[in-house]
Design a protein around this ligand. Structure first.
Ligand SMILES: C[S@@+](CC[C@H](N)C(=O)[O-])C[C@H]1O[C@@H](n2cnc3c(N)ncnc32)[C@H](O)[C@@H]1O
Length: 258
C-alpha cells in the first residue's frame, strides 16, 4: 500500500488526514521510536445511550464558554472498543522499532479495556502513570473528584534494546493543569505535559500519534527537537493542527551541544 499525500508537512512533522488504521498500514515497519497517543476513549456516559451523545455533551462542563469542534470515533461500546484498540495497537507495534515505547492516554472507565488491548496488540505492558489534572477539574459532590487520567506504558519487546531510549528515570506520575487558553481540542492535552512525557526519548527520535487531534503531541515533539508523524480523521482538527504546527517553535540543537 502506498502512503497518501500528507495534509501538511515540513522537515520535522508530517500530518495525514484519514482513518489511522488505514494510514498505519502504509507506514514502514520499525520506522518510529515511540507511539505517543490519546485515542477517543468512548468513555463518556454510564449507558450506551449516553455514550452516543455528542462529544461536547459528554466532555464539556456546563457553563464552559469556549466552543471547540466535535470529534469522531467516540461512541464504541466496551467490547468493540477493546477489539478496535487491539487492531490499531498491533499495527502501531509493527511500525515501532524493537525496544520502542508506547504511551497511550485513557480515562478510568476504559482502563481495563485498554490494558487488555495493549497486550492483545503484542506490546509488553509496563505500567500505568497517572496524570493528575489538579483540583481545577470535575468536582463530584459527595464523591471523589475525577482528577486523574492515565498513561499506559508499554514497550515493543525488551526495553530500549537498541540503546536509543534514554537512560534516565522518569517520574511515576505527572501533575499538570489544563489551561483553557492553549486548549484547542475538546479533550486536548497540555503541551507541557506532552513535552515532559517525551523526555523519555532523545532529541532526533521519531514519534507517532495516530489520533493527533489538535496536534499537541506533534507540537511538543517539535519543541523537544524530534520528528513526528500524526494522523487525524476530522478535517476541522486537521486544519487546527496544521495552523498550530505552522506557528509552533522548533528546538534545534546548536552544533556545540550536539
Ligand atoms: C482524544 S482526541 C486527541 C486530542 C489530542 N491529544 C489533542 O491534544 O488535541 C482523539 C482524536 O482522534 C480522532 N479520531 C477518532 N477516530 C479516528 C480514526 N479512526 N483515525 C484517525 N483519527 C481518529 C478524533 O477526531 C479526535 O480528534
Amino acid at each position: 500500500m502506498t502512503l497518501p499525500s500528507p495534509f501538511w508537512s515540513d522537515d520535522a512533522t508530517t500530518l495525514y488526514q484519514g482513518d489511522s488504521l488505514r494510514i498505519l498500514q502504509t507506514l514502514p515497519t520499525a520506522s518510529v521510536d515511540a507511539v505517543v497517543t490519546d485515542p477517543p476513549y468512548s468513555s463518556g456516559g454510564m449507558t450506551t445511550g449516553a455514550r452516543q451523545a455528542q462529544t461536547s455533551t459528554k466532555y464539556v462542563l456546563t457553563g464552559t464558554k469556549v466552543q471547540r469542534p466535535e470529534f469522531c470515533g467516540d461512541n464504541r461500546d466496551q467490547r468493540s472498543f477493546t477489539l478496535w484498540a487491539s487492531l490499531w495497537l498491533a499495527e502501531c507495534l509493527r511500525v515501532t522499532r524493537p525496544g520502542g515505547v508506547l504511551l497511550s492516554f485513557i480515562a478510568w472507565r476504559q482502563l481495563p479495556s485498554m490494558t487488555d488491548a495493549v497486550q492483545v496488540g503484542g506490546w509488553i505492558w509496563r505500567g500505568i502513570v497517572p496524570w493528575d489534572k489538579t483540583e481545577g477539574v470535575r468536582p463530584q459532590m459527595g464523591f471523589f473528584r475525577a482528577q486523574c487520567e492515565y498513561i499506559i506504558t508499554a514497550t515493543h519487546g525488551p526495553m530500549g534494546n537498541q540503546g536509543r531510549t534514554r537512560r534516565i528515570c522518569m517520574p511515576g506520575c505527572f501533575r499538570e493543569s489544563v489551561h483553557s487558553r492553549e486548549k484547542l481540542h475538546i479533550t486536548g492535552k497540555p503541551v507541557e505535559l506532552m513535552k515532559r512525557l517525551l523526555d523519555i526519548l532523545p532529541a532526533g527520535s521519531v514519534v507517532l500519534d495516530p489520533f493527533a487531534g489538535s496536534g499537541t503531541t506533534l507540537v511538543a515533539a517539535r519543541a523537544n527537537g524530534m520528528h513526528s508523524i500524526g494522523v487525524e480523521m476530522s478535517d476541522e482538527y486537521c486544519a487546527i493542527a496544521r495552523d498550530r504546527l505552522a506557528g509552533s517553535p522548533r528546538h534545534v540543537d546548536s552544533p556545540a551541544s550536539a
